[in-house]
Design a binder for this molecule. Structure first.
Ligand code: DC
Length: 228
Protein backbone atom coordinates (compact mmCIF):
# COMPACT_ATOMS: atom_id res chain seq x y z
CA UNK A 1 0.00 0.00 0.00
CA UNK A 2 1.21 3.52 -0.68
CA UNK A 3 -0.09 7.04 -0.20
CA UNK A 4 -2.13 6.82 -3.44
CA UNK A 5 -4.28 4.14 -1.81
CA UNK A 6 -5.01 6.09 1.36
CA UNK A 7 -8.39 7.70 2.04
CA UNK A 8 -8.56 10.10 4.96
CA UNK A 9 -12.00 11.14 6.28
CA UNK A 10 -12.20 14.27 8.43
CA UNK A 11 -15.55 15.08 10.01
CA UNK A 12 -16.53 17.66 12.57
CA UNK A 13 -18.60 20.80 13.16
CA UNK A 14 -18.21 24.02 11.18
CA UNK A 15 -15.18 26.09 11.98
CA UNK A 16 -13.27 23.28 13.75
CA UNK A 17 -10.46 23.91 11.27
CA UNK A 18 -11.01 20.81 9.13
CA UNK A 19 -10.29 22.48 5.80
CA UNK A 20 -7.23 24.41 7.02
CA UNK A 21 -5.69 21.25 8.46
CA UNK A 22 -6.75 19.05 5.52
CA UNK A 23 -5.10 21.44 3.05
CA UNK A 24 -1.80 21.31 4.96
CA UNK A 25 -1.93 17.52 5.16
CA UNK A 26 -2.73 17.37 1.43
CA UNK A 27 0.22 19.60 0.58
CA UNK A 28 2.66 17.63 2.71
CA UNK A 29 1.53 14.15 1.65
CA UNK A 30 0.39 14.61 -1.95
CA UNK A 31 -3.19 13.56 -1.15
CA UNK A 32 -5.93 15.40 -3.09
CA UNK A 33 -8.13 17.57 -0.88
CA UNK A 34 -11.91 17.33 -1.36
CA UNK A 35 -14.17 19.78 0.51
CA UNK A 36 -17.67 18.28 0.58
CA UNK A 37 -19.13 21.25 2.50
CA UNK A 38 -18.39 23.33 -0.61
CA UNK A 39 -20.75 21.07 -2.55
CA UNK A 40 -23.66 21.73 -0.15
CA UNK A 41 -22.76 25.41 -0.24
CA UNK A 42 -22.91 25.34 -4.05
CA UNK A 43 -26.43 23.90 -3.94
CA UNK A 44 -27.33 26.57 -1.36
CA UNK A 45 -26.02 29.27 -3.69
CA UNK A 46 -28.17 27.95 -6.52
CA UNK A 47 -31.29 28.14 -4.30
CA UNK A 48 -30.50 31.71 -3.20
CA UNK A 49 -30.11 32.80 -6.81
CA UNK A 50 -33.30 30.97 -7.80
CA UNK A 51 -35.20 32.78 -5.04
CA UNK A 52 -36.13 29.50 -3.34
CA UNK A 53 -36.66 29.57 0.43
CA UNK A 54 -34.04 27.61 2.43
CA UNK A 55 -36.79 25.47 3.96
CA UNK A 56 -38.98 24.94 0.88
CA UNK A 57 -38.08 21.27 0.59
CA UNK A 58 -40.37 20.59 -2.38
CA UNK A 59 -38.95 23.38 -4.53
CA UNK A 60 -35.38 22.49 -3.55
CA UNK A 61 -35.86 18.88 -4.64
CA UNK A 62 -37.58 19.98 -7.86
CA UNK A 63 -34.61 22.24 -8.71
CA UNK A 64 -31.95 19.51 -8.34
CA UNK A 65 -32.16 18.26 -11.97
CA UNK A 66 -31.19 21.77 -13.10
CA UNK A 67 -27.99 21.72 -11.07
CA UNK A 68 -24.63 20.39 -12.15
CA UNK A 69 -22.01 20.42 -9.39
CA UNK A 70 -18.48 19.51 -10.46
CA UNK A 71 -15.01 19.74 -9.01
CA UNK A 72 -12.64 21.10 -11.65
CA UNK A 73 -8.89 21.59 -11.53
CA UNK A 74 -7.87 25.19 -12.27
CA UNK A 75 -4.08 25.75 -12.39
CA UNK A 76 -3.65 22.57 -10.36
CA UNK A 77 -6.10 23.72 -7.67
CA UNK A 78 -9.54 22.23 -7.02
CA UNK A 79 -12.40 24.59 -7.91
CA UNK A 80 -16.12 24.13 -7.24
CA UNK A 81 -18.28 24.69 -10.31
CA UNK A 82 -22.02 25.33 -10.51
CA UNK A 83 -23.35 24.71 -14.00
CA UNK A 84 -19.93 25.50 -15.44
CA UNK A 85 -19.27 28.63 -13.35
CA UNK A 86 -16.49 28.75 -10.75
CA UNK A 87 -18.17 29.67 -7.45
CA UNK A 88 -15.31 29.36 -4.91
CA UNK A 89 -15.40 33.03 -3.99
CA UNK A 90 -19.21 33.13 -3.74
CA UNK A 91 -19.91 30.31 -1.31
CA UNK A 92 -18.27 31.59 1.88
CA UNK A 93 -20.91 34.09 3.02
CA UNK A 94 -23.11 33.66 6.12
CA UNK A 95 -26.20 33.47 3.88
CA UNK A 96 -24.71 30.57 1.95
CA UNK A 97 -23.70 28.85 5.25
CA UNK A 98 -27.32 29.14 6.38
CA UNK A 99 -28.64 27.68 3.13
CA UNK A 100 -26.01 24.91 3.03
CA UNK A 101 -27.01 23.68 6.49
CA UNK A 102 -30.71 23.82 5.55
CA UNK A 103 -30.41 21.98 2.21
CA UNK A 104 -28.06 19.35 3.69
CA UNK A 105 -30.92 18.08 5.88
CA UNK A 106 -32.81 16.89 2.82
CA UNK A 107 -32.13 13.20 1.99
CA UNK A 108 -32.61 13.84 -1.76
CA UNK A 109 -29.91 16.53 -1.68
CA UNK A 110 -27.51 14.17 0.12
CA UNK A 111 -28.27 11.42 -2.40
CA UNK A 112 -27.71 13.91 -5.23
CA UNK A 113 -24.12 14.53 -4.01
CA UNK A 114 -23.35 10.99 -2.88
CA UNK A 115 -22.18 9.65 -6.26
CA UNK A 116 -19.85 12.58 -6.89
CA UNK A 117 -18.34 12.24 -3.41
CA UNK A 118 -17.92 8.46 -3.60
CA UNK A 119 -16.45 8.73 -7.09
CA UNK A 120 -13.85 11.23 -5.90
CA UNK A 121 -12.89 8.89 -3.05
CA UNK A 122 -12.93 5.73 -5.14
CA UNK A 123 -9.41 5.85 -6.50
CA UNK A 124 -7.86 6.70 -3.13
CA UNK A 125 -5.14 9.28 -2.54
CA UNK A 126 -7.69 11.67 -1.02
CA UNK A 127 -8.35 13.59 2.14
CA UNK A 128 -12.04 14.50 2.28
CA UNK A 129 -13.75 16.65 4.89
CA UNK A 130 -17.39 17.02 5.84
CA UNK A 131 -19.91 15.70 8.37
CA UNK A 132 -20.59 12.12 7.25
CA UNK A 133 -17.42 11.11 5.42
CA UNK A 134 -16.31 8.45 7.92
CA UNK A 135 -19.85 7.25 8.64
CA UNK A 136 -21.56 7.27 5.20
CA UNK A 137 -19.38 8.32 2.27
CA UNK A 138 -16.21 6.29 2.97
CA UNK A 139 -17.08 3.98 5.91
CA UNK A 140 -13.96 1.92 5.15
CA UNK A 141 -11.56 4.89 5.02
CA UNK A 142 -8.02 4.01 6.13
CA UNK A 143 -7.83 7.01 8.50
CA UNK A 144 -10.83 8.63 10.18
CA UNK A 145 -10.62 11.82 12.19
CA UNK A 146 -13.34 13.58 14.15
CA UNK A 147 -12.08 17.11 14.67
CA UNK A 148 -13.48 19.31 17.39
CA UNK A 149 -12.79 22.71 18.95
CA UNK A 150 -14.85 24.76 21.37
CA UNK A 151 -17.64 26.91 19.95
CA UNK A 152 -16.18 30.29 20.96
CA UNK A 153 -12.84 29.41 19.40
CA UNK A 154 -14.51 28.26 16.18
CA UNK A 155 -16.61 31.42 15.98
CA UNK A 156 -13.53 33.57 16.66
CA UNK A 157 -11.66 31.84 13.81
CA UNK A 158 -14.55 32.28 11.40
CA UNK A 159 -14.86 35.94 12.44
CA UNK A 160 -11.15 36.60 11.79
CA UNK A 161 -11.30 34.72 8.48
CA UNK A 162 -14.22 36.82 7.27
CA UNK A 163 -13.03 40.21 8.53
CA UNK A 164 -9.66 39.53 6.88
CA UNK A 165 -11.56 39.14 3.62
CA UNK A 166 -13.11 42.56 4.27
CA UNK A 167 -16.56 41.18 5.11
CA UNK A 168 -18.73 43.20 7.49
CA UNK A 169 -19.66 40.64 10.16
CA UNK A 170 -20.34 40.59 13.91
CA UNK A 171 -18.75 38.05 16.24
CA UNK A 172 -21.98 37.46 18.25
CA UNK A 173 -23.96 36.80 15.08
CA UNK A 174 -21.41 34.29 13.83
CA UNK A 175 -21.40 32.58 17.23
CA UNK A 176 -25.18 32.33 17.28
CA UNK A 177 -25.54 31.09 13.69
CA UNK A 178 -22.76 28.55 14.26
CA UNK A 179 -24.55 27.27 17.36
CA UNK A 180 -27.78 26.92 15.35
CA UNK A 181 -26.04 25.09 12.49
CA UNK A 182 -24.26 22.70 14.89
CA UNK A 183 -27.62 21.87 16.35
CA UNK A 184 -29.24 21.35 12.95
CA UNK A 185 -26.33 19.32 11.50
CA UNK A 186 -26.13 17.07 14.59
CA UNK A 187 -29.84 16.44 15.03
CA UNK A 188 -31.03 15.81 11.48
CA UNK A 189 -32.32 12.37 10.62
CA UNK A 190 -30.16 11.64 7.57
CA UNK A 191 -26.40 11.35 8.09
CA UNK A 192 -26.15 13.54 11.19
CA UNK A 193 -22.81 14.86 12.34
CA UNK A 194 -21.35 12.22 14.65
CA UNK A 195 -18.03 10.45 15.01
CA UNK A 196 -17.62 7.08 13.31
CA UNK A 197 -17.04 4.34 15.89
CA UNK A 198 -13.46 3.90 14.72
CA UNK A 199 -12.65 7.62 14.32
CA UNK A 200 -9.82 9.27 16.22
CA UNK A 201 -11.13 12.36 18.00
CA UNK A 202 -8.72 15.24 17.59
CA UNK A 203 -9.09 18.46 19.54
CA UNK A 204 -7.82 21.25 17.32
CA UNK A 205 -6.24 23.40 20.02
CA UNK A 206 -2.64 23.29 18.82
CA UNK A 207 -0.87 25.00 15.95
CA UNK A 208 -1.87 24.11 12.40
CA UNK A 209 1.44 22.31 11.87
CA UNK A 210 1.07 20.27 15.07
CA UNK A 211 -2.51 19.16 14.36
CA UNK A 212 -1.64 18.36 10.73
CA UNK A 213 1.38 16.43 12.08
CA UNK A 214 -0.87 14.19 14.18
CA UNK A 215 -2.84 13.23 11.06
CA UNK A 216 0.31 12.67 9.01
CA UNK A 217 1.58 10.35 11.79
CA UNK A 218 -1.69 8.39 11.64
CA UNK A 219 -1.34 8.06 7.85
CA UNK A 220 2.27 6.88 8.18
CA UNK A 221 1.36 4.37 10.87
CA UNK A 222 -1.42 3.03 8.67
CA UNK A 223 1.02 2.61 5.77
CA UNK A 224 3.58 0.89 8.03
CA UNK A 225 0.94 -1.52 9.35
CA UNK A 226 -0.30 -2.36 5.88
CA UNK A 227 3.22 -2.95 4.53
CA UNK A 228 4.73 -4.87 7.44
O1 DC B 1 -18.10 22.36 6.16
P1 DC B 1 -19.02 23.53 5.74
O2 DC B 1 -19.27 24.50 6.85
O3 DC B 1 -18.52 24.19 4.50
O4 DC B 1 -20.43 22.83 5.40
C1 DC B 1 -21.55 23.57 5.05
C2 DC B 1 -22.82 22.82 5.47
O5 DC B 1 -22.94 21.62 4.71
C3 DC B 1 -22.87 22.41 6.95
O6 DC B 1 -23.84 23.15 7.66
C4 DC B 1 -23.26 20.96 6.96
C5 DC B 1 -23.33 20.53 5.53
N1 DC B 1 -22.48 19.37 5.23
C6 DC B 1 -23.04 18.13 5.36
O7 DC B 1 -24.18 18.02 5.78
N2 DC B 1 -22.31 17.03 5.03
C7 DC B 1 -21.05 17.14 4.59
N3 DC B 1 -20.37 16.03 4.28
C8 DC B 1 -20.45 18.42 4.47
C9 DC B 1 -21.20 19.52 4.80
Amino acid sequence: MDIKDIRVAIDGPSGAGKSTIAKVVAKETGLAYVDTGAMYRTIGLYMIRAGIDAYDTEKIIAALPKINVTLEQIDGKPSMHLNGESVDDKIRTEEVSYYASAVSKIPEVRQFLLDLQRQLALKGGVIMDGRDIGTVIIPDAEVKIFMIANLEERARRRYLEQTEKGMDVKYEEILESMRARDEQDSNRETAPLKPAEDAVTLVNDRTIEETAGVIIDLINRCLERANS
